[in-house]
Every structure is written in structure tokens, then in C-alpha cells.
Design a protein around this ligand. Structure first.
Ligand SMILES: Nc1ncnc2c1ncn2[C@@H]1O[C@H](COP(=O)(O)OP(=O)(O)O)[C@@H](O)[C@H]1O
Ligand SMILES: Cc1cn([C@H]2C[C@H](O)[C@@H](COP(=O)(O)OP(=O)(O)O)O2)c(=O)[nH]c1=O
Length: 194
């Protein structure tokens, strides 16, 4: 089973990911961008103000392809639970925003380049938080963390949820970290038992 955590920067994904690590020590806990050299290239681009958005999309997508073949697919093939802090929906939502004006319907375009090779998550927790609080919590440390930009990213996440309501579980991320984790742990336990 492939479970992903999605949401704006500062929505609390990493906090939940640690709680899931404690609850499911036998699972593969992973993230995108990854820690591979592809992921390092992605972080280099994130910290570059003038990075070309299309080039950046392909760096993220290269990192995803490597993540899939090296980590996600082998673990799933062994029947291991995989929990990823960010995954392809981050590309659809974020690059769907950075590519506005570069290509028509950027989110559909980004989805179309993933479709032939990606593995759809079985379950995605969306940590729902307003962009102002998210930007405040995240400390606005990179170019993607400004509230106006996060507004567009949030709209894109809403479109993704509309497209695939069965897969997404919306979690109110204004709750305390304990309540957010508790809600996710309860739902995940129920899905695994199903
Ligand atoms: N539910 C919450 N309520 C208030 N603050 C939170 C909550 N969850 C996380 N935080 C804090 O917000 C900041 C960003 O959380 P983090 O888990 O790193 O988010 P993300 O991985 O989504 O960027 C951290 O300082 C963290 O302690
Ligand atoms: C995985 C991914 C992340 N991002 C962005 C979101 C973040 O601003 C940044 C780094 O991700 P991350 O380190 O997960 O940031 P955070 O923990 O604050 O959520 O990269 C994309 O734009 N596209 C992607 O496909």
C-alpha cells in the first residue's frame, strides 16, 4: 500500500511523517524531493531564484522516476507499506502553479508526463491549511513559500481532490499536531485493516 502526505509548506506533513514512523517502524518512510543526487539537484534549483520553471519540473520528475524505481516499486513488490512525505501530487499542484503562462493548462500537462510511468497512491492525506498560516509556520525560507503563490497551489490541490475524491482524505491542519496525527493514524489503521 502506498500512502502519501500532501499539503502546503508548513502544513505539518513532516510532523505527521515522524508520528507515522513511530507507529509503523516496519514501513518504508520516504519523501520527495529525495536524498539522492537527483534530489540534491532539485534543492539546488529550489534555492535558485532564476531557475527555469520547465527545467525545474523535469528535475523533480527525474527525482520521482528514480524514487519509484529504486525505493517505491521494490518495497511495494515485497508487500511493504510505503509512506511518502510529498509525491506526484506536489508536482501537479506546485509546478501547475509555477508553469502558469508557460504551457496551456499546466496541471494537466504535468499529469500527462507522469501518467505513462508513475504509480498512483492508494491513499493520500491532504493537510488542509490556509496559505497565510502555512507561510508563517514554514518561515518562508524559499521562493515557493510566499502566501500568494501558495494560494494558487492550494487551488490546484482542490482541483486534484475534485478529480479523485476517493483517494484523498482531507485533514484540518489547524488542529493541534497531536490531533492531526491521531486522526491520520486512526484512518490509516482502518484502511490497512480493510
Ligand atoms: N498542527 C500544527 N499546529 C501548529 N504548528 C504545527 C503543527 N504541525 C506542525 N507545526 C509546526 O509548523 C512548522 C512546520 O511543520 P512541518 O511538519 O515541518 O510542516 P511541512 O513538512 O508540511 O512543511 C514546524 O515548526 C512544526 O513544529
Ligand atoms: C516534491 C515537490 C516539492 N515541491 C516544493 C515544495 C516545497 O516548497 C519544496 C521543498 O519541499 P519540502 O522539502 O517537502 O518542503 P516542506 O517540508 O516545507 O513542505 O519543493 C515542488 O514544487 N514540487 C514537487 O514535486
Amino acid at each position: 500500500m502506498l500512502v502519501t502526505l500532501e499539503g502546503l509548506d508548513g502544513s505539518g506533513k513532516t510532523t505527521v511523517w515522524h508520528a507515522l514512523g513511530d507507529a509503523y517502524p516496519e514501513a518504508v518512510h520516504t519523501r520527495e524531493p529525495t536524498e539522492s543526487w537527483y534530489g540534491e539537484a532539485v534543492y539546488r534549483s529550489i534555492n535558485e531564484e532564476s531557475a527555469d520553471p520547465l527545467a525545474e519540473l523535469f528535475l523533480y520528475t527525474a527525482d520521482h522516476a528514480d524514487h519509484l524505481s529504486r525505493v517505491v516499486r521494490p518495497a511495494l513488490a515485497e508487500g511493504t507499506l510505503v509512506i511518502s512525505d510529498r509525491y506526484s501530487d506536489s508536482r501537479y499542484a506546485y509546478q501547475g502553479a509555477t508553469l502558469a503562462g508557460e504551457v496551456d493548462d499546466p496541471m494537466a500537462y504535468v499529469q500527462s508526463i507522469h501518467e505513462p510511468f508513475t504509480r498512483r497512491p492508494d491513499l493520500t492525506f491532504y493537510l488542509d491549511l490556509d496559505p497565510e498560516t502555512a507561510a508563517e509556520r514554514s518561515g518562508k525560507t524559499n521562493k515557493f513559500e510566499q502566501a500568494a503563490y501558495l494560494d494558487q497551489v492550494r487551488d490546484n490541490y482542490e482541483r486534484l481532490i475534485e478529480e479523485d475524491p476517493e483517494r484523498f482524505v482531507r485533514v484540518d491542519a489547524t488542529q493541534s499536531p497531536e490531533d492531526v496525527s491521531e486522526q491520520i493514524l486512526t484512518r490509516l489503521a482502518a484502511e490497512i485493516a480493510d
